[in-house]
Design a protein around this ligand. Structure first.
Ligand code: ADP
Length: 509
């Protein structure tokens, strides 16, 4: 998409706790890595603000200090530096500006949010500081760089407090008060909940610690604050946008979300179609495209070797993702005996709950020639599994958007998904009895049960044996537009409507 004239150019500051290629634990990083580039390709200006984690290596050009801030926190003043990297974008009028908030006591750590012992106990302090630094960054862009920032796009609980600070008395009288905010919810299951006794750390007015503010059953809830105080709220698929206003999916925030219901927009994520392209992917041993899938067979054989599986011509099922109850992989764990009675292999990559890791390690030990398992985070292997597998299983209990199934579509790997959230929106289900088979791109099941998953896998295995039908499914998936183009246009429309709308509620205390 070529860049458009600058007259309509928006100046967006995007703040997030992770972004590819800098730091990643999940899909949030893919989205925040790709959306700024697409916005720039559409002619807009974007500055991306991230915490300066330990792995922000010198090779990435960081180190140039753009600014220093002194941010008062509980009792001490934090000396924060803002480091800048300018990333040239080939198609686009502006480079991407990445700004890292460097404060080593908080961000020079082995993990982003946790280590082996669990969540860092000072996560509230860390992201309070980050949010305040984001606002200082906007002020710096205005005062020093002379830029008018049109909108601050926030992502998830780690940045949600920015919206609260902007709309409370703490900043009254400054130019920041007119700054509009959009908060995108990537997963309502993660809310940034901390003990109520720590509220003073936020430096917010005590009155905000109330049920109509950030209080949530006696605790602080950062995401709730963001939902109430941001100018607009979006999430990452239309179905998830509806789901989170219900008790089943709202994780306790359904009422707060419903109060913003009319404005709560669902914009389905795209994927980075350059990084995820089976025709050019540097992680793959062979390349292929929709017209010639022969390279996929090579990828399958090499993947089998890499995972210690015999080179057999049997269906290879893939599982990639965080091993958490949300992802429903425990349902898969329940049907391992039934699957092992069939002629299939499983390629699995994930990390998460120790008990689930142990369960799959034990299954692999019992069936070493049928289950290839890697416990850990391995970007290259994720690409090779997407390419080498025949089917991807995503039995999520809930799924805001899901990216792995989008990569699967692109790689001719047929997704088997639970009909929820973005999975429902992005995979067109195969129905044996209707002509829809021609447009279908995968398989759906409805009940979050092992039986429903098993019967859908059995259906997929049956269709797999009908080579022509299977090929149609693969081709339909590979031809699906999963690029960021549509989503970017929707975000730009949403940005404009937020910028133009009058703030109708004075959410001050
Ligand atoms: P979520 O953000 O809920 O974890 P998504 O499906 O939206 O789930 O995104 C997951 C992203 O993280 C995908 O890009 C997937 O390939 C990647 N991913 C998940 N687990 C791993 C892993 N163990 N190793 C490499 N990549 C992983």
């Amino acid at each position: 998409m070529p860049a458009t004239p600058t007259a309509n150019c928006l100046n967006i500051v995007m703040a997030a706790s992770e972004a590819v290629p800098y730091a990643k634990t999940g899909g949030l990083a893919d989205v925040v890595g790709a959306l700024p580039l697409e916005l720039i390709r559409h002619g807009h200006r974007v500055s991306l603000v991230l915490p300066g984690y330990r792995n922000f290596a010198a090779e990435r050009q960081f180190g140039k200090t753009a600014a220093r801030f002194r941010i008062p926190t509980m009792g001490v003043t934090a000396e924060v530096t803002l480091e800048e990297e300018i990333v040239p974008i080939t198609v686009g009028l502006h480079p991407l500006r990445v700004l890292a908030v460097r404060y080593n006591p908080y961000f020079d750590r082995s993990g982003l949010y946790q280590d082996q012992l669990g969540d860092y106990p000072d996560n509230l302090d860390r992201f309070v500081l980050f949010c305040r630094a984001v606002l200082e960054t906007v002020r710096f862009l205005a005062d020093v760089r002379g830029e008018v920032v049109d909108l601050l796009h926030l992502h998830d609980w780690q940045t949600a407090l920015c919206a609260v600070y902007l709309k409370t008395l703490a900043l009254k009288g400054t130019e920041l008060r007119s700054l509009k905010t959009l908060l995108t919810l990537h997963n309502v299951g993660y809310q940034g909940v901390f003990p109520g006794e720590e509220f003073a750390k936020t430096d917010l007015a005590p009155a905000l610690f109330s049920p109509s503010g950030l209080e949530f059953f006696g605790s602080i809830n950062c995401l709730k604050g963001g939902i109430i105080f941001s100018d607009s709220v979006s999430t990452v698929s239309p179905t998830y946008a509806k789901e989170i206003m219900t008790k089943e999916f709202g994780c306790g925030l359904e009422g707060v979300l419903a109060s913003r219901g009319e404005e709560l927009r669902g914009i389905t994520n795209g994927v980075d179609v350059t990084a995820w392209n089976p025709g050019t992917d540097p992680y793959l041993p062979a390349h292929y495209n929709v017209a010639d899938l022969s390279g996929k067979q090579v990828c399958k054989r090499r993947l089998q070797q890499e995972l210690g599986l015999p080179n057999l011509d049997v269906p290879l099922l893939a599982v990639i993702g965080r091993l958490t109850p949300q992802k429903g992989f425990d349902l898969l764990g329940e049907i391992i005996p039934e699957l092992m009675a069939l002629d299939v292999q499983i390629a699995m990559l994930g990390t998460g709950d120790r008990s689930m890791e142990q369960q799959f390690l034990a299954a692999q030990a019992r069936h070493p020639d049928r289950i290839g398992l890697c416990i850990g985070f391995d970007e290259g292997l994720a690409h090779r599994i997407e390419a080498g597998a025949d089917m991807l299983v995503m039995p999520s209990r809930y799924e805001p958007c899901g990216l792995s199934q989008l990569y699967s579509l692109r790689y001719g790997t047929v997704p088997i998904v639970r009909r929820t959230g973005g999975l429902a929106d992005t995979v067109i289900p195969f129905r044996p009895s209707t002509a829809q088979g021609k447009r279908a791109t995968g398989f759906h099941f409805v009940d979050a049960s092992a039986d429903a998953l098993l019967s859908t896998i059995l259906l997929a295995l049956q269709v797999y044996r009908e080579h022509d039908t299977w090929h149609l499914l693969q081709q339909a998936g590979m031809k699906t537009d999963v690029s960021w183009t549509q989503a970017t246009e929707q975000y730009v429309r949403l940005y404009r409507s937020v910028i133009e709308k009058d703030r109708n509620v004075a959410r001050e205390c």
